[in-house]
Design a protein around this ligand. Structure first.
Ligand code: SF4
Length: 375
């Protein structure tokens, strides 16, 4: 059997932190290497979280470097690459920052070795996350019901593989389950029965059986998991959502990253003083262009020195978003952002999923952004 690496990237966000604890506790037999890629511009709260994780995981979190600090005048990854890009600030459409400081160091470290990368996208999210284009890297999502990546599912369920999948089910399903499973296996994918519907139907019939079939199929491919004798996650039928993530962090003693803690602010609305709360909904660089306006206000009021540094990066023609930070920090603009936020949060509270508006705020803010930085 070829040696397969198991890697888990820790961004400093809650989900990857919880995933590292979950995997270390539930699958101690897997030799997982934990790593982080530092941009040099994270919040202190993020570095604190990684420090606490180090002791809970019982092994060091490796730092995958994106640059040789001794040979750059900038001494800091973000500033080094910003200089290389001629001061051109990254944005959602030109995200050189993630590419240079997160993805490339990871792929350089992996090189050509077969590697399984564990990613903490939760069971209550509807997104796929980063999938490496390198064929020797396979991504697994342990928190989801469907732990496999889209490319694996597509290759397995393609109509031309129907007879092969049927043979696996005939070999591994017990006789009570088989007829139910086969009615879906034999139904070809079409506009009336999509790949997603077929996937969900097969998982609903028997999740562990479906995972077993995927595992056997992977043995016929070059995917890293196909090189393993066994893969314990095929027996996993837990689905981990936001509440579970917070519970894992609390129970482990690592705790919730401090920037999520709601902080009270006051705002005047129609002559009345109202009290709302704000927090930061994500890890990542303090100046990240994905943050919401209220998060910029949080940065301004909770970390004014970092806000001032974020302003220093804004030069003529380059800004973090359409509105310049020098305009956003004006008192009347801060008040209007708080007002808009307060009213929105109050509307949401009425139809809240959790009854806790700050958790709903996180869920909403997660829609945007980059899995490598915020998971
Ligand atoms: S946190 Fe934001 S600015 Fe920092 S690397 Fe990620 S996407 Fe880029």
């Amino acid at each position: 059997m070829a040696k397969v690496k198991h890697l888990l990237g820790i961004s400093g966000g809650k989900d990857s932190a919880a995933l590292s604890i979950y995997m270390s506790q539930k699958y101690p037999e897997l030799d997982i290497e934990y790593y982080t890629c530092d941009t040099g511009k994270e919040l202190k709260e993020t570095y604190d979280l990684i420090g606490r994780l180090n002791s809970v995981l019982g092994r060091d979190i490796e730092l995958y470097k994106s640059m040789d600090e001794d040979n750059s005048p900038m001494k800091n990854p973000f500033d080094h690459f910003l200089a290389m890009y001629g001061g051109y600030l990254p944005s959602a459409t030109a995200r050189w920052c993630t590419n240079k400081m997160k993805l490339q160091p990871f792929e350089t470290y992996v090189s050509d070795e077969p590697t399984i990368s564990y990613v903490g996208i939760r069971g209550d999210e509807n997104r796929e996350g980063y999938i490496s284009k390198k064929e020797n890297i396979q991504t697994i999502f342990p928190f989801r019901k469907n732990i496999w990546s889209e490319d694996v599912i597509k290759k397995l369920l393609i109509n031309s593989n129907m007879e092969m999948v049927k043979a696996y089910y005939q070999e591994y399903a017990n006789k009570n389950v088989l007829p139910n499973a086969l009615q879906y296996v034999e139904q070809l994918i079409s506009p009336k029965f999509t790949q997603t519907q077929k996937l969900n139907a097969l998982m609903d019939v028997d999740l562990k059986l479906f995972n077993k079939v995927v595992f056997e199929f992977l043995k016929t491919t070059d995917y890293p998991i196909g090189k393993l004798n066994e893969f314990p996650l095929i027996e996993n039928d837990e689905i981990i959502g936001l509440d579970d993530v917070f519970q894992i962090l609390e129970e482990s003693g690592v705790g919730i990253p401090a920037y999520y803690k709601p902080i009270e602010y006051q705002v005047e609305i129609d002559g009345e003083i109202k009290k709302g709360t704000y927090s930061r909904s994500r890890s990542g660089c303090f100046f990240c262009f994905y943050q919401q306006k209220i998060e910029w206000v949080w940065l301004l009021e909770q970390h004014p020195e970092l806000y001032a540094k974020a302003i220093e990066y804004e030069k003529e023609g380059y800004s973090w978003m359409a509105e310049r930070l020098e305009d956003l920090e004006k008192p009347e603009r801060v008040a209007s952002i708080k007002k808009e936020h307060f009213l929105r949060m109050n509307r949401q509270k009425k139809k809240s999923r959790t009854g806790q508006s700050w958790q709903d705020d996180i869920l909403e803010a997660e829609g945007e952004g980059c899995a490598s930085c915020f998971i």
